[in-house]
Design a binder for this molecule. Structure first.
Ligand code: PGA
Length: 248
């Protein structure tokens, strides 16, 4: 079974609502590709206008964050039912910026993964090591530990619908990309971990992205690797280059 490629933009805290609509218009004809799942993960305030702007196209809408309760006294937070009602399909969980800047730990990330599945949102679960761990040579153990924690009590059937993004922190926004072989090494290892934790069918179905300075120039090589099923793209998702990555 061939896995369907998934190219997702992570817009981060960029683009006001009107800028977001303008970017959708700029990318409209560039991201057309019926063989690829194309996703724009956008700031909460951009979700409604972006969902409207991409209506009728092949683009799916994703969010960058949510909270695990459906409603209530959680000032500043946004819930899965709110996202669903606004047209969101995908949700980024466990991005290193949320882990490091907003102190999200694996217990919360695991709760978010379970809540996303229970709510009908498709998680894009991020994992990845710091430069220190890469240099120390302990990055594989680190990533294995993240995956095990973050998927606690997640079922094999759910994992078949999961997207895992391998994002080495040292490659995010730095212009430094993991080589295609470095990315493949870890993405292949992640698939092995899923096989150990679940079964061969789940490992075969789970989609694994690479993220970290992926751009129009390096996308084709990264995406040619057997265990890299797509990309999670930050900087290059905010410009026309994103269309080249979708069609790489
Ligand atoms: P980058 O970001 O492509 O700008 O490195 C990737 C990400 O953080 O998802």
């Amino acid at each position: 079974m061939a896995r369907r490629r998934i190219i997702a933009g992570n817009w981060k805290m960029n683009k006001t609502p009107s800028e977001a609509v303008a970017l959708c218009a700029e990318l409209k004809d560039l991201v057309k590709n019926d063989d690829v799942d194309v996703v724009y993960c956008v700031p909460a305030i951009d979700i409604v206008p972006v969902a409207e702007a991409v209506k009728g196209s092949n683009v799916h809408v994703g969010a960058e964050n949510f909270y695990i309760e459906d409603k209530g006294a959680f000032t500043g937070e946004i819930s899965a039912p709110m996202l669903k009602d606004a047209g969101v399909e995908y949700i980024i969980i466990g991005h290193s910026e949320r882990r490091d800047i907003f102190s999200e730990n694996d217990v919360l990330i695991n709760a978010k993964v379970k809540k996303a599945f229970a709510s009908g949102l498709k998680p894009i679960l991020c994992c990845g090591e710091s430069l220190a761990l890469r240099k120390a040579g302990t990055y594989k153990e680190w990533i294995a530990r993240q995956i095990k924690w973050d998927l606690t009590d997640v079922t094999a059937d759910q994992v078949k619908g999961l997207v895992i993004a391998y994002e080495p922190i040292w490659a995010i926004g730095t212009g430094e990309t993991a080589t295609a072989d470095q990315a493949q090494e870890v993405c292949g290892m992640i698939r092995e971990i899923i096989k150990e934790l679940y079964d061969a069918a789940a490992a075969e179905a789970v989609r694994i992205q690479y993220g970290g300075s992926m751009n129009a120039g390096n996308a084709a090589e990264l995406l040619s690797k057997p265990d890299i099923d797509g990309g999670l793209i930050g900087g290059a998702s905010l410009k026309a280059d994103f269309g080249q990555i979708v069609n790489a």
